[in-house]
Design a protein around this ligand. Structure first.
Ligand code: ATP
Ligand code: MG
Length: 468
């Protein structure tokens, strides 16, 4: 599927969805799923999972817990990924054993976390995250004293642990000993029909943690799942609350989406649920409500598609956070420069840097973007000019050796690929960068000396003081 196509599919998902007359999502019961979970787990042989794909150390950890009388399973993303034939990123374990009990069983174990304690079991440089079953939200801890340890440390059963998770497809357990799937929430059926659905009432579950909206977008686009209608409607309703969600988690999910290789579909979906408006309002405003300014929308989606192609090519490492921010703002920023130029002179680098501040500050503050990423994004934007119209006295070598060069060059390259112009400039700069990398210390000193002299001359005031 081309990025454009998936784009349209995503838009279709967003468009034409009905909600109930009250504007609230309709609650549509899926056949049997909720009923079954009330009675306990469905146990099904994990026939289509090759036992050889189960992580050896994770399996060892589970079986050691089981041998000591505890319940233990693989859980979450690894079970989901194995069932749909993808290689899991990591193998998480859920168990009835308390952290202290886990620690007693594994010498290679460290307990982490303040609110809810997790055990990290180390095998070489690999970590198996092992969590004690937790209570579902709103469920009372039982009267067993041991269940309530400290603060939010509410332990629960396998069933409550499944129910407190976000989406049904993320709540499946796999018992590696019997090679069975345990399904408390109808996740198997949802996986089969490739449907993404929250566990329980979507309005409640998304309001509990609006970051789940971004997680829904991530799983739907990455795993090619269709978001269930009531879940989708609740995503649209709750999107404004993203503003109140924990900023670092929101930011991390945005970066994950941007690095997914399917970010065109993901960002399109964020627009459709109204989340982009909350997260990057400058971009939403630039694009217009329905991509109705084609001369803006098309270059933007082409740029994001170029990023996806770059990520999928996979031989360059993940794009940096600074680059991602710069890319999201690149086109509104270019427009702003055009406006400034129309008002008078071409903006110099100082004016261009000031414009990036104006544009990024609000978002950076709201998302608590780390300062180094904020600074990098600004420098990357300002540096775009260097590739096509460098300032009069400019050191190519120092620029090519600067911290921001790699990201600045990548943005220029993606922009050129998206537009299909300037590819010769990209090649020329690739050569220059290679030459600059080979430059010896003498050459660099010489270049620095030149720029230092210039600066000193420019900054000296009549009284001999240095300007700020
Ligand atoms: P990935 O392959 O991206 O790691 P994952 O499903 O493993 O996907 P994680 O973020 O690693 O996702 O989380 C592990 C599991 O923890 C999830 O599968 C889900 O069951 C649960 N989980 C994670 N975040 C939340 C959340 N915000 N609310 C409820 N459950 C969550
Ligand atoms: Mg995971």
């Amino acid at each position: 599927m081309s990025p454009r196509q998936s784009n349209e599919d995503a838009a279709k998902r967003g468009g034409g969805r009905e909600s109930s007359p009250s504007g609230r999502p309709r609650s549509r019961r899926r056949k049997g799923s909720d009923k079954r979970s009330d009675k306990g787990a469905l146990r099904v042989p994990a026939e289509n999972i090759d036992p050889a794909l189960l992580h050896r150390d994770a399996k060892r950890a589970v079986q050691r817990l089981q041998a000591h009388g505890h319940e233990a399973y693989f859980v979450g993303g690894c079970v989901r990924d194995l069932l749909i034939g993808r290689a899991p990123k990591d193998f998480d374990v859920a168990t009835s054993a308390r952290p202290s009990e886990i620690r007693r069983l594994f010498r290679n174990c460290r307990i982490i976390g303040r609110r809810f304690k997790l055990a990290h079991i180390f095998y070489g440089d690999h970590i198996i995250e092992t969590a004690t079953f937790r209570a579902a939200p709103g469920e009372q801890p039982t009267d067993d004293d041991d269940l309530l340890i400290v603060d939010d440390n509410e332990y629960g059963t396998a069933q409550s642990d499944a129910r407190r998770r976000d989406f049904t497809v993320n709540a499946l357990f796999l018992d590696p000993s019997s090679h069975e799937i345990l399904d408390h929430v109808g996740g198997l059926a949802d996986l089969e029909r490739r449907s993404l659905r929250t566990i329980g009432d979507p309005s409640v579950r998304l309001a509990e943690d609006p970051v789940r909206i971004l997680r829904a977008v991530k799983f739907a686009t990455r795993l090619d799942l269709e978001i269930d209608d009531p879940t989708w409607d609740a995503m649209c309703d709750v999107a404004p609350d993203l503003d109140k969600a924990a900023a670092p988690r929101v930011l991390e999910e945005i970066f994950r989406l941007a690095r997914s290789g399917v970010s065109t579909a993901a960002f399109q979906m964020l627009r459709d649920v109204g989340a982009l408006d909350v997260l990057v309002p400058v971009l939403e405003e630039y694009l217009g409500p329905e991509d109705d300014i084609p001369e803006r929308a098309e270059p933007f989606w082409d740029l994001v598609a170029a990023l996806d192609a770059h990520v999928r090519a996979g031989d360059h490492g993940a794009p940096s956070s600074g680059l991602i921010v710069a890319l999201l703002y690149a086109l509104p920023y270019e427009l702003e420069l055009e406006r400034l130029a129309a008002d008078g002179e071409l903006p110099d680098s100082r004016a261009r840097l000031a414009a990036t501040w104006e544009m990024l500050e609000d978002m950076a503050e709201r998302t608590r973007l780390p300062k180094k990423d904020f600074t990098r994004a600004r420098k990357v934007l300002v540096a775009q000019q260097n590739f096509i119209a460098p300032p009069e006295r400019f050191s190519e070598v120092l620029f090519a050796r600067s911290e921001e060069f790699v990201d600045a060059f990548l943005l220029f390259q993606l922009r050129s690929q998206a537009r299909g112009v300037g590819l010769d400039i990209v090649e020329a700069w690739r050569d220059r960068a290679a030459r600059a990398r080979a430059a010896g210390r003498d050459e660099l000193d010489e270049e620095r000396k030149k720029t230092r002299k210039r600066r000193r001359r420019r900054r000296r005031t009549r009284g001999g003081r240095q300007d700020r």
